[in-house]
Design a protein around this ligand. Structure first.
Ligand code: NAI
Length: 791
């Protein structure tokens, strides 16, 4: 007689199908095709439509309208019209609408889960237990924010009409991540779901109608990339929020450059999954299941690069292989299925091609030998071994159920390999040693780090990437800033800028001898440096008299300055107290020389009174940021039980700071000080018209214990230097205050740099406009570290 364990080992699962009757009935009701949801009503299905298929069967589920430019225009106009009343509603009234939506989502949880599974191919277990509950949680959480917004974000206002473009991997969840915070903050939206998976967004439109949401507050326009592009380009859209591929993110960055549209990008990833030798291996193996086989690996933060410490690698791999073989792949509506179907044949082809390349490059592919259904789009759970950091499968986002496994020797090497990527969305760290786990978490460049867990999400925590994974956060307090703008900033008026004459280069040898002495050099790595060009330019004072010369910096100087800044990483890990001390010292030394600086500003054209006021304000500003250095800290978010979710403010690293012409000393101080107070190293381009106010600071820096390389100053043509900074991969963020916003934002698309650029002069003397939390917030990126506790 077979033993119980024999039976357990040989027993197969029966089928446990979830009923789809309700969803099928709903689709039947819409047999004639879906229109768009504009101004609270569904339009007639358009003449141009596309099929939406079930990835598990290939069967067509619905015919959906391809949104035209006119559809997008109608939706944007409806959103614009609705904005006035919606943004003026009290937070409490808006909260009630969001609660109503949340409750209706909960009421229809099963229907939405089934529809999502039919449309996307993800297992019902996931849509039922993860996607839809998180959707409801997101609306409840943001109903709370609507209630609190005036108290918690004083001085901020909604951005306006938000264009939101989402991908197909978590269709309704991505919709919730976009729409809930936008509405809570008082914006109205036009959302374009992905062409593969628009159905739950259309079901959501019905929920909005039923919940009595005012017409035009939420508009849904379906269509492909062309519809998305029309939304991005629409002049009446104030903000674009995009989740999708880095490639399209770059296009959107370029398309919105110089338009004044606010932008947040949540892009791809190639997230490391680090298993240290002291990890709980069984738990880590389950972690891999959730990291790369969850949602068929079509997850932007999928743990797709598994890094295992050498000593435990054979044991870990053996366990992982065994576990992979036990995964059940098949009908996503079956409740006992682990992995469903790939969203579309196009995506399946993409995965297959990358995998073929991985094999051609010498990687060994291990696949679960599960039986795959004949119809539909399927790919077996897979891992690659025998790969290197530069292998294609370790480098590109596969967006399928395929992880690549590599070993590392030391924790140091793990961090090095982990950071060897252009992405920085998420990371997972497994170790039973909390010191090691937190140390790794701190050193990995990623917006989200999970310790001894993976793919955890909650509405109260921020989510978003470093580097080419995009910028901006979604969720919680961090995410709300993406849908708000300081009222003073919104009120700034553009000025018609007279085109500045180019700076006239003076070869050093042709300068008058006294002028050579008066030529201010560049400041790179804590040393004064001659400009690479060998040229300088004349700086003119109030009456058009030359008052000195400044170096004419070029691309090479910027590159040298960035290199010097990159090397000074110790500043970013110095204690906030130490940084504060240096800033106080700078203020003291500037104070001792305030007369000299006042004279300089007078020479540059300021009146005696204005010069004095500017120097005094600069001193106060430095003190203020010195004081903030150890106070602008992070938070612990209230997410899941038995977890602390640490939201840490981390410096960007190397920042470019391009300064305005107005208030040449105060403008520079107002930008450079928050940046360095938060631990960044800076390459600053001072006002080209009045660079001497900045170059006089070299001696102040030299005498203030500021490590060389923390502040680097390159004088010259602002826009030429700004472009080099914008294009430089080592520069993680760029602030630009000048007329050339469009060129800077477009050039920043290369490594998807976070930029803060404005052509609108602000009052640098004002404590509201020239100083404050907005500067500090923009000087950091938030890393959310999830730490579970308990046995
Ligand atoms: P995609 O980036 O093309 O599509 C995402 C959304 O952007 C869709 O709604 C699409 O219609 C829209 N879109 C496409 N072109 C646009 C344009 N020029 N302007 C405005 N909107 C546009 O992603 P796709 O082609 O579906 O997937 C390709 C690859 O992208 C995947 O293999 C994966 O590597 C990555 N991806 C990453 C996602 C993430 O969450 N980070 C989500 C989806 C895809």
């Amino acid at each position: 007689m077979p033993s119980v364990s024999d039976i357990l080992d040989t027993m197969d699962y029966g089928t446990a199908p979830e009923s789809n009757a309700h969803a099928v009935g709903w689709l039947k009701e819409h047999q004639g095709g879906f229109g768009h949801f504009i101004n609270g009503v569904f339009t007639k299905p358009g003449t141009k439509r596309f099929d939406v298929a079930n990835p598990a069967t290939g069967q067509v589920l619905a015919r959906v309208s391809q949104g035209s430019g006119a559809d997008v225009d109608a939706a944007v106009k409806a959103a614009r019209k609705a904005f006035g009343a919606w943004s003026k509603l009290s937070g409490h009234e808006r909260a009630k609408h969001l609660y109503a939506i949340a409750r209706l989502i909960q009421k229809r949880e099963r229907f939405l889960a089934v529809l999502e599974t039919m449309d996307n191919g993800k297992p019902i277990r996931e849509s039922r237990d993860i996607d839809i509950p998180l959707v409801a949680r997101h609306f409840y959480h943001h109903a709370g924010w609507a209630e609190l917004i005036a108290d918690e974000f004083p001085g901020y206002q909604p951005v306006g009409v938000c264009g939101q473009i989402i991908p197909w991997n978590f269709p309704l969840l991505m919709l919730a991540w976009k729409i809930a915070p936008a509405l809570a903050a008082g914006n109205t939206v036009v959302l374009k779901p992905a062409e593969f998976t628009p159905l739950t967004a259309l079901a959501f439109a019905e929920i909005c109608r039923e919940a009595g949401l005012p017409p035009g507050v939420v508009n849904i326009v379906t269509g492909d990339g062309a519809t998305g592009a029309a939304l991005v380009d629409h002049p009446q859209v104030d903000k674009i929020a995009f989740t999708g591929s880095t490639e399209v993110g770059r296009l959107i960055r370029k398309a919105t450059a110089g338009t004044g549209k606010k932008l947040s990008l949540e892009l791809g990833g190639k997230s490391p999954f680090i298993v240290h030798e002291d990890a709980d291996l069984d738990a880590a193996v389950e972690g891999v299941v959730d990291a790369i086989w969850f949602n068929q690996g079509q997850v932007c933060c999928a743990g797709s690069r598994i890094l295992v410490q050498e000593g435990i690698a054979p044991k870990f791999l053996a366990k992982l292989r065994r576990r992979m073989q036990s995964l059940r792949v098949g009908d996503p509506l079956d409740k006992s299925i682990d992995m469903g179907a790939i969203v579309d044949p196009v995506q399946l082809t993409r995965i297959t091609e990358i995998v073929a390349k991985g094999k051609a490059e010498g990687g060994t592919l291990l696949q679960a030998n599960c039986e795959l259904p004949a119809a539909g789009n399927w790919f077996a759970p897979s891992i690659f071994t025998d790969v290197e950091p530069s292998s294609t499968v370790m480098d590109v986002e596969i967006f399928g159920p395929v992880a690549a496994v590599m070993t590392f020797r030391t924790p140091e090497e793990a961090v090095q390999i982990a950071n060897h990527t252009r992405y920085g969305l998420a990371a997972t760290v497994w170790s039973e040693n909390i010191n090691l786990a937190l140390d790794t978490a701190a050193r990995v460049k990623a917006g989200v780090v999970w310790i001894n867990s993976t793919n955890l999400f909650d509405a109260a925590a921020g989510f978003g990437g470093y580097k080419e994974s995009g910028f901006g956060r979604e969720g919680g307090r961090e995410g709300l800033y993406e849908y708000l703008v300081p009222s003073w900033e919104a009120a700034l008026k553009p000025v018609a800028e007279a085109k500045a004459a180019p700076l006239t280069a003076l070869p050093a040898e042709s300068s008058a001898s006294d002028a050579i002495d008066r030529t201010a050099k560049l400041y790179i790595g804590g040393k004064q440096a001659r400009p690479d060009s060998g040229y300088s330019y004349s700086v003119y004072g109030a009456k058009g008299r030359s008052i000195g010369q400044a170096g004419l910096g070029n691309r090479k100087d910027i590159r040298n300055a960035v290199e010097a800044a990159a090397k000074t990483s110790g500043w970013s890990s110095a204690t906030a107290h130490n940084r504060a001390q240096v800033l106080y010292y700078i203020a003291e030394n500037l104070s001792a020389r305030s007369e000299e600086f006042t004279t300089r500003l007078r020479q540059l054209g300021a009146s005696a009174k204005d010069a004095k006021v500017e120097v005094e304000a600069s001193l106060v500003r430095i003190f203020w940021y010195a004081a903030q250095a150890d106070k602008y800290d992070g938070r612990v978010h209230a997410t899941k039980s038995r977890h602390v979710t640490l939201a840490m403010n981390e410096p960007w690293g190397v920042m470019g700071v391009v300064c305005p012409d107005e208030m040449p000393l105060l403008g520079l101080v107002s930008l450079v000080m928050p940046a360095i107070a938060m631990g960044n190293r800076v390459v600053a381009v001072p006002s080209p018209r009045a660079p001497l106010a900045a170059t006089d600071l070299y001696q102040v820096f030299d005498t203030s214990d500021l490590p060389g390389g923390v502040v680097n100053i390159v004088t010259g043509e602002r826009d030429e230097l700004a472009k080099t900074l914008a294009e430089h991969d080592e520069v993680a963020a760029l602030w630009y205050f000048g007329p050339g916003v469009k060129a800077v934002e477009a050039a920043s698309a290369g490594n998807v740099k976070a930029t803060w650029a404005s052509a609108k002069p602000r009052d640098w003397l004002s404590r509201v406009q020239g100083q404050g939390g907005e500067y500090l917030r923009r000087a950091v990126q938030v890393k959310n570290i999830w730490v579970p506790y308990g046995e």
